[in-house]
Design a protein around this ligand. Structure first.
Ligand code: NDP
Length: 259
């Protein structure tokens, strides 16, 4: 069943930057925001996948630019932001979405996997904020809508065995986002989190722990989990409402997901 609810081009004139846009929720959101009229810039490491997203958007009559970048590299993210300025002016919608989930028991001491999650889910997220915040405040100061949406997870609040590091990074994102509103809300920058439950994407492909893999594969098999298009439509809605309305913390679960 199609997730599409919005019609027309409510995002016409918007410039959207989406990280983690080479697959899953980011790719679907890029395509949907473009269909609703936004100019879209897609960030991730896999150039070929980004170019597929751009081709899909362009074939549907939209405008998109692929900027291959590792968001853990602060200078590279800043260079991407400079390219956005050159091509399209200020971005006014940032979907800060790149993330990785690596599940393991704490006593296994998989410190490299801890670090990878911290580097991407926290430092990568902060690099995107640092590079694009001046875009958002400038857009808001001109009276335009300005959105920063960070992808957290229900893992930010749920107590799930072996999820400590991943959940910790997502708890960081959820609380950071609340705090950012204190400073950015008065400047009319909408700051929000989306906290999804199980979405059928590439995310579990990176998980090596057999218990966690079984849990996720079981959910995908047993219940009607969310699709990336469901997230895309939610982001589209959050960014289409009037400028004075901020849907601040959206938890989105498959109806049949119990935890
Ligand atoms: P995917 O694995 O499909 O997407 C992850 C994206 O992040 C990819 O586009 C990947 O692209 C990108 N990425 C990974 N590393 C980097 C990096 N160093 N620099 C730039 N981009 C990077 O999974 P999802 O769509 O599910 O994940 C999107 C977000 O949603 C994540 O933050 C995840 O934690 C969160 N989430 C997912 C849930 C789910 O059930 N799927 C539930 C709750 C939250 P590339 O490899 O090309 O760099």
């Amino acid at each position: 069943m199609s997730a599409e609810v919005l019609t027309g081009t409510p995002l016409s004139g918007r410039v959207a930057v989406i990280s983690g846009a080479s697959s899953g929720m980011g790719a679907a959101t890029a395509e949907r925001l473009a269909a609703l009229g936004a100019t879209v810039v897609v960030l991730a490491r896999r150039k070929d996948k980004l170019e597929e997203v751009v081709t899909t958007i362009e074939n549907a009559g939209g405008t998109a630019l692929a900027l291959p970048v590792d968001v853990t590299d602060r200078d590279a993210v800043q260079a991407a932001a400079d390219q956005v300025t050159e091509r399209f002016g200020h971005a006014d919608l940032v979907f800060n979405n790149a993330g990785v989930q690596l599940i393991s028991g704490i006593e296994e001491l998989k410190v490299d996997e801890w670090q990878r999650q911290i580097d991407l889910n926290i430092t990568g997220l902060m690099n995107v904020i640092a590079a694009f915040l001046p875009h958002l405040t400038a857009s808001a100061a001109q009276g335009k809508p300005a959105d920063l949406i960070n992808t957290s997870s229900i893992a930010a609040t749920r107590i799930l065995e072996k999820f400590s590091i991943y959940s910790g990074t997502k708890a960081y994102i959820s609380h950071l986002t609340r705090l950012l509103r204190v400073e950015l809300g008065p400047k009319m920058v909408r700051v929000a989190t989306i906290e999804p439950g199980m979405v059928d994407t590439e995310l579990p492909d990176h998980v090596t722990d057999p218990d966690a893999s079984r849990l996720m594969a079981g959910l995908i098999h047993d219940i009607d989990v969310l699709q990336s298009a469901d997230i895309a439509e939610t982001i589209a809605y959050m960014t289409s409402v009037p400028r004075h309305v901020n849907l601040t913390e959206i938890t989105i679960l498959p109806t049949a997901q119990a935890i």
